[in-house]
Design a binder for this molecule. Structure first.
Ligand code: DQA
Length: 147
């Protein structure tokens, strides 16, 4: 099974940005944790992070050509603003799990809108880095029930 882990703006600043909200671990720590988990589960995982909306849309379209089976996606601030990202996920029809490190539902009003949520097969919030591992399990389970 092939999974793409996609992260939006400022996720590369984990460990530096608001550690009281996002923790002290870095983006590299996140990649290492997910890589180790995927190795254990025999998942072929790849990673992409960008601060640019169009680059994220391009990565979602590329996932279609690369025959990716599932996307773990933290669109970060674009969650709350981007119809282009929603349309891209709809266009490729790849099962996508929405992940947020923080508990967005307990935060600002403007974080209560999620465009991606209407197309995500599941949303995981407030579980820190473990939320990404849970998202991988969701994709593995749904792939199993499909086969
Ligand atoms: C986030 C929550 C978003 O509201 C915020 O803009 C982020 C990170 C999270 O992982 O908790 O950048 O997606």
């Amino acid at each position: 099974m092939k999974i793409l882990v996609l992260n939006g703006p400022n996720i590369n600043f984990l460990g530096i940005r608001e550690p009281q909200i996002y923790g002290s671990q870095t983006y590299q720590n996140l990649i290492d944790k997910i890589s180790a988990y995927c190795k254990e589960k025999s998942v072929d995982v790849s990673f992409f992070q960008s601060n640019h909306e169009g680059a994220l849309v391009d990565a979602i379209q590329q996932a279609y050509f690369d025959k990716v089976d599932g996307i773990v996606f933290n669109p970060a601030a674009y969650t709350h603003t981007s119809i282009a990202i929603l349309d891209a996920v709809k266009a490729v029809s790849i099962p996508t799990v929405e992940v947020h490190i923080s508990r967005v539902e307990a935060r600002d009003d403007f974080r209560q809108i999620s465009y991606i949520r209407q197309v995500a097969i599941e949303t995981i919030t407030g579980k820190g880095f473990d939320g990404y591992l849970e998202a991988i399990d969701v994709l593995l389970n749904q792939n199993e029930s499909k086969n």
